[in-house]
Design a protein around this ligand. Structure first.
Ligand code: SF4
Length: 350
């Protein structure tokens, strides 16, 4: 395809022939479905998202079903996708849709963008795909395509660079057929204009791609300057008794907010003392498990797990934000994925 046709015309023609047409959130104008898929896709690849999306839609088929569900259920359905603030915002936004829009998910950009946790790009995608509104998107994939095609270097989280990217994204919008255009930008970013080794020979806009012509693909988009990796160390207690494990509810804000997790103690605290002081449980046996790490966006968490066998009755003091959960019920619980993995290993070891 040559450069005389507009960027959007080439992208639309490519999408119709080579793009994706069978994803479970496509072939619909249901803004609710599109919204859920957009939020799931924000930090996660399409193939990973598909089973989560299908399970989530089976459990919460309408915005009303999501709005009335307990937060624990929403977080449990999200468990494994990470970035749980997204799930909490989804839940809040669903309630707002019920209150402010009588349970009908809005389809205009302004109304969508006013919902909690919905950014400009997500609102643009939903307005375009569900409402046919001419709006630009700039998710991670679209950002890469636009930055390279327009030759915009620099860190995209910098406000000046970001403004330039939005202007370039808007300048490329088609006059009509915004739906295949928007989908085409997403598909091109996820299948062709890959972060490393993009498949430029298959790209419909290669003829006038500035980064390809200038040989600057690897430098665009520019990288964010990261502070030297911060590390935090904690210990976790795996207290298992009579087929049940002790879990604590995490505070609503911060990492893994609102999820159930293993009790945490300072890395240099004595597990038996902490267990007695905080939960009134006497330990009969303690053993160190293999430590592991979990990377968050801003730091790495080093976890030193201890397996504890309690001495006798595992009753908990009243008012404790803790509970015993049957190991058989772990599957459906709202747990952070590293905790789920650790418990899976422990359950296997018996
Ligand atoms: Fe991306 Fe290559 Fe296409 Fe440029 S030519 S937009 S770098 S895939």
């Amino acid at each position: 395809m040559n450069a005389r046709r507009s960027f959007s015309a080439r992208l639309i023609a490519w999408q119709l022939e080579h793009g994706r047409h069978d994803l479970p959130w496509q072939c619909t104008r249901d803004a609710y479905r599109i919204w859920i898929s957009e939020v799931m896709l924000q930090q996660t690849q399409v193939t990973t998202v598909i089973p989560y999306f299908e399970r989530f839609m089976a459990r919460f088929p309408t915005v009303m079903a999501l709005a009335v569900a307990p937060e624990d259920d929403v977080l449990a359905s999200w468990s494994g996708l990470g970035y749980y603030a997204r799930a909490r915002n989804l839940h809040r936004a669903a309630r707002e849709v019920v209150e402010r829009h009588a349970g009908v998910f809005p389809t205009t950009f302004e109304e969508i963008a006013a919902l909690p946790g919905v950014g400009r790009s997500t609102a643009g995608a939903i307005a375009a795909l569900a409402g046919g509104e001419k709006r630009a998107i700039l998710d991670a994939n679209a950002k890469r395509v636009i930055a390279r095609h327009a030759g915009i270097g620099g860190d995209p989280s910098n406000a000046v660079v970001l403004r330039e990217l939005w202007a370039a994204a808007e300048a490329r919008l088609p006059r009509t057929r915004i739906e295949p255009y928007t989908q085409g930008l997403m598909d091109l970013g996820s299948d062709v204009c890959l972060p490393r080794n993009p498949r430029c020979l298959l790209c419909p806009v290669q003829a006038d791609c500035v980064a390809r012509i200038a040989g600057t693909i690897d430098a665009i988009p520019g990288k964010k300057k990261r502070a030297a990796g911060r590390r935090e160390r904690i210990a976790m207690l795996v207290v298992v008794s009579r087929g049940e494990v002790l879990l604590e509810k995490r505070p609503p804000r911060g990492i893994w907010g609102g999820l159930w997790s293993l009790p945490e103690i300072a890395v240099d605290a004595k597990p038996a003392d902490a267990l007695r002081e905080r939960w009134g449980i006497e330990a009969a046996g303690i053993e160190a498990l293999a430590p592991f790490e979990h990377a968050f966006t801003h730091y790495t968490l080093e976890v030193k797990p201890w397996r504890v066998r309690p001495r006798a009755a595992n009753r908990l003091a009243q008012g404790n934000a803790a509970t015993w959960l049957a190991l058989d019920d772990l599957e459906g619980a709202a747990l952070p994925s590293p905790v789920r993995k650790l418990l899976g290993r422990v359950a296997l070891e018996g």
